[in-house]
Design a protein around this ligand. Structure first.
Ligand code: GTP
Ligand code: SPV
Ligand code: MN
Length: 618
């Protein structure tokens, strides 16, 4: 059942996988591909097979075009460095739209335009936009090909970088296409163009893109149109656009959850296993927690996913999570042998693409926080860089794109289409003050309130100002494909219909609290296992907590601090709930809730009133 190699469509070698695919017997898909080709006028249409030979052809082509630099195979076999256009480095939230038929369905947190209006604009942009380029048709499946209801997509793109990256991040290729044909299946059409046609004789640039960008979801049609960007979440459409924005709408309609969550397996010294999901906003620690190397003896962590979880209730009443992805698209800066040894081992096996990191003189990659600072390197901007350049060598949102199966601590259950039963959900954000290291919610609705009011400082993962505190509900602010108030209601409804004893317990964490000198109070990374341990012991009824206005917080003794280099005062500061700080938080939560006008679930207003009362504000 968990046999490796069973549904690894796309990544297996073998000449039979490299036969050209001329088209499809799926009439709807063929018609869509023909229609897009007629509109975008590429020189050529190529159906992607997913073979190793195809990977080699495309990466060779990218090297020849100057997009890729091949890394030293001794250091990183079959791996490549890419530097983007300096304006195309992150998700563009201000250019991201939910084009629902009814504006109300996009809610107050999404950009909206009427679908027909958007389509007219974008058809204008798409007209002739692939001239001089190849149009690739990439059949893919999010999740398992042998899932009960496989979640198909087809991305059309004019970017070889996207084809190559999609092969790492999703199961792609001819075996997926054959399954779509056999089942005459529905699929999410996902159209992507760099918006950079080439006229005859016009020289290409290493990273084509367009100043004008649109990342558009049509939720009713389950369709994605993206234009102008080659960057990760804007261009690899299986990821945020499908697996979160479109899937969250499907999940609302069908009674499940599509969440911005890692999934990990935790085994205690007593060999009890627990599966944990955690939602932190972009660049706030999911990948690092997912691959955590615990510092406390006897505890082990295995990885199931680092960014996206699809969760549905099983017949036994428990909530099961699967990771729909096939690779990691991880933040490079800060990754090293201490913070994330398992990510290092994954990427050192090769078969990876590194975007906007520095290139060393000996054909390796480097970024801020990595060991062995080079005396000289080429920065992500293509400039000479030395340690005293006074500039970052790698962009703060530089990324590695690497196959999940190379992760040395990948849990076997990753291969199970049923997923794993979740015992605990962690919400977390990046806050320098106010929010303690960990808080346990009283129940599902209180946990939903914690998620709905989650706040975090903005990061380089999206364009715009960095370090600004904003509400990021369930770490899904940029990814909820419908009205966020309806999304909160959906969370509450799922809890109401479930057996409360089987629901995951919900916790709220903050690894990023600072002391008066501005240093992190909590060492984080592998030490976060101590927080996981406390949470498990709470669920087992073994660990102590103090009741505070915001929920249950560990007593300093209940948190395992053995061997931790922290003074008791520092531990207390990390755990502190300061009512004065929380009183200042209330107007921000009220302002946030006010955005939903009459649509906010009353249970959340009740939770807020309870918090205010406990703070002495009512
Ligand atoms: P996305 O891929 O954008 O969704 O990000 P992510 O949530 O997976 O974040 P990731 O784990 O890549 O961490 C982002 C940044 O936070 C990196 O620079 C990490 O080094 C840093 N980070 C992660 N965990 C911790 C922690 O426990 N403590 C501190 N201080 N920093 C952390
Ligand atoms: C994020 O920004 O949350 C990411 C990277 O995981 S991207 O794929 O660009 O969305
Ligand atoms: Mn993410």
């Amino acid at each position: 059942q968990h046999g490796h190699g069973q549904d690894h469509s796309g990544r297996d070698a073998g000449p039979e996988r490299d036969k050209p695919v001329g088209g499809t017997t799926h009439a709807g898909l063929q018609a869509w591909v023909d229609e897009v080709a007629a509109l975008t006028t590429p020189d050529e249409v190529v159906w992607v097979t997913g073979s190793q030979q195809e990977w080699t052809r495309l990466t060779d082509k990218l090297v020849a075009a100057g997009t890729f630099t091949r890394l030293d195979p001794e250091k990183k076999p079959n791996s490549f460095h890419a530097a983007s256009d300096p304006t195309d480095v992150a998700r563009v939230e201000d250019r991201t739209y939910i084009c629902s038929v009814d504006e109300r369905d996009a809610g107050p947190t999404n950009n909206w335009m009427a679908p027909e209006e958007m389509k007219e604009i974008m058809r204008g942009l798409y007209a002739g936009c692939m001239t001089g380029r190849t149009m690739y048709v990439v059949p893919f499946v999010m999740g398992h090909l042998n899932a009960e209801h496989p979640m198909f997509g087809v991305e059309i793109t004019d970017s070889e970088y996207v084809v190559v990256s999609m092969r790492v991040m999703a199961r792609t290729g001819v075996s997926v296409l054959r399954r779509i044909e056999e089942l005459d299946a529905d699929y999410v059409p996902a159209l992507h163009s760099l918006g950079a046609p080439l006229q005859p004789g016009q020289a290409d640039v290493p990273w084509p893109c367009n100043e004008t960008k649109y990342i558009v979801q049509f939720p009713e049609q389950r369709m994605i149109w993206s234009y102008g960007s080659g960057y990760g979440g804007n261009a690899l459409l299986g990821k945020k656009c499908y697996a979160l924005r479109i899937a969250s709408v499907m999940a609302r309609d069908e009674g499940w959850l599509a969440e911005h969550m890692l999934i990990l397996k935790l085994t205690s010294p007593e060999q009890q296993t627990y599966y944990v999901a955690a939602a932190f906003p972009s660049a706030c620690g999911k990948t690092n927690l997912a691959m955590l190397a615990p510092t406390i003896p006897g505890w082990t962590v295995e990885t199931l996913g680092d960014d996206i979880a699809w969760m549905r209730f099983g017949e036994d009443g428990r909530l099961y999570a699967v990771n729909p992805e096939f690779g990691f698209f991880g933040v490079a800066p800060g990754t090293n042998e201490h913070t994330n040894p398992n990510a290092m081992r994954t990427i050192n096996l090769g078969n990876s693409v590194f975007t906007n990191v520095a290139l060393t003189d000996d054909g390796d990659v480097w970024w801020e926080g990595l060991e062995n600072t080079p005396a000289h390197a080429t920065s992500w901007k293509g400039e000479d860089w030395t340690p005293d350049s006074g500039e970052l060598s790698a962009h703060a949102n530089s990324r590695y794109c690497t196959p999940i199966e190379q992760c040395p601590i990948l849990a076997d259950e990753y291969h199970d289409p049923q997923g794993v039963p979740i015992s605990a959900i962690f919400f977390g954000g990046r806050r320098r003050d106010t929010v303690p290291l960990v808080t346990e919610s009283r129940d599902w609705v209180h946990g939903t309130f914690m998620g709905a009011t989650l706040s975090s400082e903005t990061t380089a993962a999206a364009t715009g100002q960095v370090g600004v505190v904003r509400r990021d509900p369930m770490a899904m602010l940029p990814f909820i494909g419908y009205d966020a108030a309806d999304y909160f209601q959906h969370w509450i409804d799922l809890g109401k219909d479930a057996d409360a004893t089987k629901l995951p317990r919900i916790f709220y964490v903050n690894w990023f609290r600072r002391d008066d000198d501005g240093d992190f109070l909590w060492p984080g990374f592998g030490e976060n296992a101590r927080v996981l341990k406390w949470a498990i012991e709470r669920m087992e009824g073994k660990a102590a907590a103090v009741e505070t206005p915001i929920g249950h917080v560990p007593t300093p003794e209940a948190l395992d601090t053995t061997g931790l280099e922290m003074t008791p005062e520092q531990v207390e500061a990390a755990l502190a709930v300061d009512p004065e700080e929380w009183k200042q938080e209330i107007p921000q939560i009220e302002e946030w809730f006010a955005r939903f006008e009459g649509n906010l679930p009353t249970q959340l207003q009740v939770e807020l009133d309870g918090l205010k009362a406990r703070l002495g504000l009512l």
